[in-house]
Design a protein around this ligand. Structure first.
Ligand code: ZN
Ligand code: ZN
Length: 532
């Protein structure tokens, strides 16, 4: 029976270029999506650009351009990055679309009707000169701890995190006028109502979610869930669908995380499937792929929102939360200038090298260190030394001796069993989100091919026993055809090129492929060049 598979890749924020850390976090989603599609399941793989919020508006003000220009610039760049690396999203959109906005508003109203959103009026800092309420970041003043210059949310001097209520001598950061207190009404989401239910969810996934996700969620829960403000004093974002909120927008934490719902709705709508039915189906499995800094949004806030919409909706089954990529043993950061952007990476290396590195050597359970030396090592070891070598040693010999013509032979029985086992074992690891282990099993399969080739010594067989030679060759070509399927979730472009060499159709189907009859292969160019 076909399964429903929902895969959500984290929504990158449109304020900076994507770097290797983003790639490490997002690539597992594409591998999982490609695998389930090859199995014939009903896959919905979605993501988009998170385009709203204050960092973009603050920057837009500084650069004297509209926030939309900034958001569009990065959105276009992200789309190009994902295309360059063969990401296979069913939909990659942006939070700026009308569809997203309307569906965020629809679900916000639904959650309100279900009693999990309330209005709260509080005194807030207001600039009488600019005629507007100020967010914490738009306030400057004096730190109550050290007397230094502070912003509304943090002291610049002693770096203590602050609450605008405790800051002294508060002034507007734009015009310097002293702030006054004025009543303001915001919407709040009753996150506190979900403490027990989220705890149950986390407890029941202790051995399924990644360890960092379980630990981080438990830490968050132990502090007790607090209600969260749902609206913000801003004019850039999704409009609040209630009277009296014209000067506010929906907080980014709500609408960006709801992006999984709105994009899945959109994809399913095109397929004539109702989103809520899909999400209530017991046959639905969901995966969410992101970095560890994003864990609570996916394990606590998002499930709470889903439950607030309807208790029957599918809650995250797998949390694929990766660790960090460090650069030469230092944390990557913009200020240190040691970020490697995807733009840069793609200009330096072949896409499948990048994909293989990020899976085989990615930060699945612990931080990794990225260096170009490691990168070249992995490329030369696996792509050139194992996969490239197996394909090339076979095909170049056949080309030289027989102009690429291969006579039908008997495929080795042990290799057939190993092939079937490999599909099963790689598949199981992918389904459980252990992609490193999955790709290692796949690489072992090619190693077995290289070993078989060396043991059979076809260069001797060709002179002494042509039948044995044909059997060896046919077995190796059979393995190549299966390599092109087994590796297709990881390095799809390489698999396509292998199929071209073999004259086979590039069908990514997750089952053993059998070859029949005489074949004609070609080996015009090497799959991979060694990186120096
Ligand atoms: Zn002002
Ligand atoms: Zn201070």
């Amino acid at each position: 029976m076909k399964k429903n598979i929902l895969i959500g890749g984290a929504w990158p924020y449109a304020n900076n270029s994507l770097h290797v850390g983003h790639l490490a976090a997002l690539l597992p989603g594409d591998v999982i999506a490609r695998y389930y599609r090859a199995k014939g399941d009903n896959v919905v793989y979605v993501s988009g650009t998170d385009s709203h919020g204050t960092p973009i508006t603050v920057r837009a003000k500084k650069e004297k351009i509209s926030p939309e220009v900034i958001a569009n610039k990065y959105h276009d760049e992200f789309v190009k990055n994902f295309n360059d690396l063969d990401f296979s999203y069913d939909l990659y959109t942006s939070t700026m679309t009308t569809y997203h906005k309307e569906h965020v508003q629809k679900y916000l109203r639904k959650i309100y009707e279900n009693g999990f959103i309330y209005k709260k009026t509080e005194e807030q800092d207001y600039c009488p000169n600019c005629n507007q309420f100020l967010s914490d970041r738009e306030i400057i003043g004096t730190c109550p701890h050290c007397g230094g210059e502070a912003k509304g949310d943090q002291c610049e001097n002693c770096l203590t995190t602050l609450n605008a209520k405790e800051v002294l001598n508060k002034r507007c950061s734009v015009c310097g006028t002293n702030t006054i207190q004025k009543e303001n009404t915001h919407l709040y989401f009753k996150l506190s109502a979900f403490q027990d239910k989220v705890k149950k969810l986390v407890d029941s996934h202790k051995n399924i979610w990644r360890l960092n996700a379980v630990k981080e969620s438990e830490k968050f829960l132990s502090q007790g869930l607090l209600d969260r403000a749902l609206t913000r004093q801003l004019d850039w974002g999704v409009e609040v669908p209630f009277d009296g909120f014209d000067d506010k927008r929906v907080y980014v934490w709500f609408e960006a995380v709801m992006g999984y719902v709105t994009t899945a709705c959109r994809v399913l709508e095109d397929r004539g499937i109702n989103f809520e039915e899909f999400m209530k189906d017991k046959n639905t499995i969901s995966y969410y792929c992101h970095g560890k800094d994003n864990i609570p949004f996916h394990t606590i806030i998002y499930p709470s929102l889903l439950m607030a919409i309807d208790e029957e909706l599918n809650l995250p089954n797998f949390i694929i939360s990766c660790e960090y990529v460090n650069m030469n043993n230092e944390k990557m950061s913009k200020s240190k200038g040691n970020l490697i952007s995807i733009n840069e990476l793609v200009s330096l290396y072949p896409k499948d090298s990048i994909r293989l590195f990020m899976i085989a050597n990615g930060p699945e359970t612990k931080d990794i260190n990225f260096s170009s030396e490691d990168f070249k090592l992995i490329h030369n070891k696996y792509l050139v030394g194992v996969i490239g070598n197996f394909i090339n040693r076979n095909l170049s010999f056949l080309n030289k001796k027989f102009s690429g013509k291969i006579c039908e032979g008997k495929i080795d029985n042990d290799i057939i069993s190993l092939t079937k086992e490999t599909y099963e074992n790689v598949g199981k690891q992918i389904e459980e989100g252990r992609l490193k282990s999955a790709i290692n099993i796949a690489i072992d399969y090619v190693n077995a091919g290289n070993k078989f080739y060396s043991e059979q010594m076809p260069w001797v067989q060709v002179q002494e026993n042509i039948e044995a030679f044909n059997n060896t060759t046919y077995t190796c070509v059979y393995m190549m055809a299966n390599i092109a399927r087994i590796f297709s979730p990881f390095i799809p472009d390489t698999c396509k090129r292998i199929n071209e060499k073999l004259g086979l159709e590039n069908n990514c189907i997750w089952e053993e492929i059998n070859i029949e009859g005489d074949l004609q292969v070609q080996n015009d160019e090497l799959l991979f060049q060694r990186l120096q």
